[in-house]
Write a protein that binds this ligand. Structure first.
Ligand code: HEM
Length: 510
């Protein structure tokens, strides 16, 4: 009896094992079959992905966009695969990117369901807005506000903000002494520009509390790389000590302790003066005509707008400015050329102003080339398909993440001959005028319908920082130009590794 029982148990164990193995193999086979042959549509080609992680491990951690460009040599300019559980299509050719993102029907104008859009912007605002959450209306409102306050013009409200802020910035550079890392200061500069434009407030460069919120914002950008696993696996937020938890914690802190508080202060003291910034203008448009009171929906929308714009306009500008300054340190002859242009056009009696921009084409060309060459947003900002669609003859299902590989465009020798060389002259005509086209703007500021709303503001900020610093100082680095490596750290807006600038007052030769 005992023996029988023992044999029964063994049979039972065998049967259980058999069932388990059969179940697992059938599921695997079913999954693989569904994935491979269940598709009637012509999906983009792409590498075989691994279970769970998909093609994520094939994207080189150092420079995923360059790896994607390399893969496109095997699979073609449009290829796809799973990044974690999210089907993703990479576009590696300028014309194809424009074919996809430039369509008038907005099919490609959503944002994917990934960490930064779910938890920072909560799908609201403009830059991080999901398509259905008033994206179009909010974008129109922001563009109208920027134009109303004179963005891109050498005079007006925005010009006043910028030219006042650059004076504060220079005073602080002077106060900090001969050699320092200006990453935090540039973040404060661009943060102040955004806060002034929206809320009419600015913070001192010594305000450590504000600086710490901006540092957190910078860290969010560093984590929010679409090839970073934490961005793709939202369930990790349930586990302790993950980057996802840190990300979400910072999002909550910035929103509830900083932007909401500052916005509330502004609304409490509102003067109903529609000419003094974005928030006033919003209230004058959507608030009660007498009291300015906003409906709960408008109030929430405004909170998200302020939060979203602070992020869109701060770390991006900082990353690009840090690259720009590092480029002129790496190439001292370029630095000298800019100073010569400033000296001959502006003179030595006053610092450069926005009104000088048009007459400093070489300086502008250096800005364009540094943004192309160092490319702070190699994957631009990911888009998503609002519905099943096709790109360049390939089927792209609703909800797919679609990434324009700006790096691939920036390295295309047909568009930019000798792409690995730093050549500002590529953006000048033979007679020295600035020669810009949509391709280089797209590389930096995105392509098609969701292209950057703050481009003119950003380039004005970078122009002022560069020219005012080079008017006052020669910029150097310990170890000399040859020690400079233009190698990025990872992130949605990649920055150079932190570096300290030596500020040598001019009149000393370089
Ligand atoms: C050098 C600095 C900047 C860079 C490199 C940059 C780059 C970008 C990129 C690549 C996009 C995404 C385009 C796309 O989805 O295809 C974007 C969107 C956006 N940017 Fe900028 N940006 C910068 C500065 C600013 C500033 C100062 C503002 C302030 C107003 C701003 C506001 C926005 C907004 C509102 C969007 C969202 C557009 C939309 O989704 O419709 N950006 N930016």
């Amino acid at each position: 009896m005992k023996q029988l029982k023992h044999r029964d148990l063994s049979v039972l164990r065998f049967l259980l094992r058999f069932c388990l193995v059969t179940l697992v193999s059938s599921l695997t086979a079913f999954y693989a079959k569904k994935k491979l042959f269940g598709r009637k549509k012509k999906y983009p080609p792409g590498p075989w992905g691994l279970p769970v992680v998909g093609i994520l491990p094939f994207l080189d951690a150092g420079n995923p966009a360059s790896k994607v460009l390399e893969l496109s040599k095997t699979y073609g300019p449009v290829f796809g695969g799973y990044l974690g559980g999210l089907y993703t299509v990479f576009l590696n050719d300028y014309d194809i990117i424009m074919e996809a993102f430039g369509r008038k029907n907005d099919v490609m104008s959503d944002r994917p369901q990934i960490l930064p859009f779910i938890h920072y912007s909560r799908g609201q605002g403009v830059a991080g807005s999901f398509y259905h959450n008033n994206w179009k209306e909010n974008r129109k409102f922001v563009m109208t506000s920027l134009n109303k306050f004179g963005v891109g013009k050498p005079v007006g409200h925005i010009a006043d903000i910028l030219e006042t802020e650059i004076d504060y910035f220079l005073r602080d550079i002077d106060r900090r002494g001969k050699e320092h890392d200006i990453g935090g200061m540039v973040m404060m500069f661009s943060g102040n520009v955004m806060l002034q434009f929206m809320l009419g407030i600015r913070f001192d460069y010594s305000d450590t509390e504000t600086q710490s919120y901006l540092d957190k914002l910078a860290e969010l950008f560093a984590l929010a790389d679409p090839a970073n696993p934490c961005v793709l696996f939202d369930f990790l937020r349930h586990l302790p000590y993950t980057s996802n938890r840190r990300f979400i914690g910072y999002c909550d802190e910035i929103m509830s302790e900083f932007t909401e508080v500052q916005l509330q202060k502004k609304l409490d003291a509102l003067q109903m003066n529609r000419n003094s910034g974005l928030v006033d203008y919003y209230v004058s448009k959507f608030g009660d005509k007498e009291t300015g009171e906003l409906s709960p929906a408008h109030s929430k929308n405004l909170q998200h707008l302020v939060n979203d714009l602070l992020a869109a306009g701060t770390d991006t500008t900082t990353a690009n400015t840090l690259w720009l300054l590092l480029c002129v340190i790496k190439y001292p002859e370029v630095q000298r050329n800019i100073q010569a242009e400033i000296d001959s056009v502006v003179g030595t009696a006053r610092p450069p102003r926005l009104a000088d921009r048009e007459r400093l084409p070489y300086t502008e060309a250096v800005g364009c080339e540094s943004r192309r060459y160092c490319l702070a947003g190699p994957f631009s900002v990911p888009h998503s398909a609002t519905t099943d669609t096709d790109i360049h003859g390939y089927f792209v299902p609703k909800g797919s993440m679609v990434i324009a590989n700006a790096w691939a465009v920036s390295r295309n020798p047909e568009l930019f001959p000798d792409p690995e060389q730093f050549k500002p002259e590529r953006f000048l005509t033979k007679d020295g005028k600035l020669k810009l086209d949509e391709k280089v703007l797209g590389v930096t500021f995105g392509f098609g319908r969701r292209t950057c709303a703050g481009r003119h503001l950003a380039t004005a900020e970078m122009f002022l920082i560069l020219t005012n610093l080079l008017y006052e100082y020669n910029l150097k680095i310990e170890g000399g130009p040859d020690s400079v490596k233009l190698v990025p750290e990872r992130g949605l807006a990649t920055r150079p590794h932190p570096y300290k600038i030596i500020f040598e007052p001019r009149n000393n030769s370089l």
